[in-house]
Design a protein around this ligand. Structure first.
Ligand SMILES: N[C@@H](CCC(=O)N[C@@H](CS)C(=O)NCC(=O)O)C(=O)O
Length: 323
């Protein structure tokens, strides 16, 4: 694990000294936008025109943020429109690398061996972390965006001329509610598990721990009343929650010490997670070999032996009882 400083790779773990033991996620750096006609993005960001065959996604099957983009590519039927590379699950001294191991797809676009080389191609003086997902423009040879929250909004509507335009995961009338839920779930759940797991003092761990389970308890109640977070159809908010839930019992509960309860202990949340998992196309985006291997073997400060626990033994195909 490391970062680029003025385009040069440095092998360094996250700095929590300057923040009293707390993990603080840095904002993503590349924030351009693909739009249907190439016009600017919602906040006036530089626009790139949607096209088939022009864009490429670099993902890790282990990463919950990258997983969002894979789910959208699947649900919006963009698999023949946007090509992908899948990095190796192990993130070690060189950061994310490409390999020939099971479930990976090499960098057929830039021919790089390490993801940081892709970042340097986009910006030779790049300083910052080298994260997945990355949305790459083959035509201008640069990174459009490395922010998953924005990439999924682009995939939702930007490519409707090429994908399934009938599916809108962030309809205008639900947008305020989606944004509000996303904000709470990002802070306490999606990023909350990382704030627990990467904390280096007791106090920095306990605060996000309590916030995490307070939100999960609230979501459990909410899901007693409706099939999905915002009613009878799934939206963006569900998929953003899903990628954390599906990793929770296998990784976050033990490895990140998020162990007040498992998702399997919440009847509604667990059934809901199974319901989403069993949505056509989704199970094939979930790879527990990459997920478990990545966390337990890459974070040597948390799990020095690198031993990957064999459990939990979960039947994700069993009836979810939510319909
Ligand atoms: N805000 C980013 C976060 C992406 C992110 O942190 N990805 C992790 C993998 S789960 C990563 O690549 N980390 C490498 C690093 O921090 O050096 C997004 O949602 O796209």
């Amino acid at each position: 694990m490391g970062l680029l400083v003025d385009g040069v790779w440095r092998d360094e773990w996250y700095d929590t000294k300057s923040t009293g033991g707390s993990f603080e996620r840095k904002a993503s750096s590349f924030r351009h936008w693909v739009t249907a006609d190439g016009g600017p993005g919602p906040d006036g960001q530089k626009g790139f025109p949607a096209a088939t065959g022009r864009y490429h996604l670099y993902v890790s099957l282990a990463c919950p943020w990258a997983h969002r983009t894979l789910i959208y590519r699947k649900l919006k039927r963009l698999e023949d429109v946007i090509s992908i590379s899948v990095v190796d699950w192990l993130m070690a001294e060189e950061g994310w690398v490409f390999s020939e191991r099971e479930g990976t797809i090499p960098d057929t676009v830039n021919g790089c061996r390490r993801l940081h080389e892709v970042y340097v191609k986009a910006d030779p003086h790049y300083t910052g972390r080298v994260t997945v997902p990355v949305l790459w423009d083959k035509e201008t040879g640069t990174i459009v965006s490395n922010e998953s929250a924005e990439i999924i909004r682009m995939l939702n509507r930007g490519f409707d001329a090429f994908g399934d335009a009938s599916l809108d995961l962030a309809p205008d009338d639900l947008l305020p509610e989606i944004d509000a839920l996303n904000a709470q779930i990002y802070e306490t759940v999606n990023n909350g598990v990382y704030r627990c797991g990467f904390a280096t003092t007791q106090a920095a761990y306990e605060k996000p721990f309590h916030a995490l389970f307070e939100t999960l308890d609230g979501l459990e109640e909410r899901l007693a009343r409706s099939r999905y977070l915002l009613g009878e159809r799934f939206t963006e908010a569900d998929w953003r929650l899903f990628t954390t839930l599906i990793r929770f019992d296998a990784v976050y509960h033990g490895h990140f010490k998020c162990n007040a309860r498992r998702i399997a202990d919440y009847p509604n949340l667990f059934g809901y997670m199974l319901d989403l998992y069993q949505t056509p196309g989704i199970a094939e985006t979930v790879n527990f070999h990459h997920i478990k291997g990545h966390y337990y073997q890459s974070h040597k400060t948390i799990n020095p032996t690198g031993i990957v626990p064999l459990g939990p033994d979960q039947d994700l195909g069993r009836p979810h009882g939510r319909a």
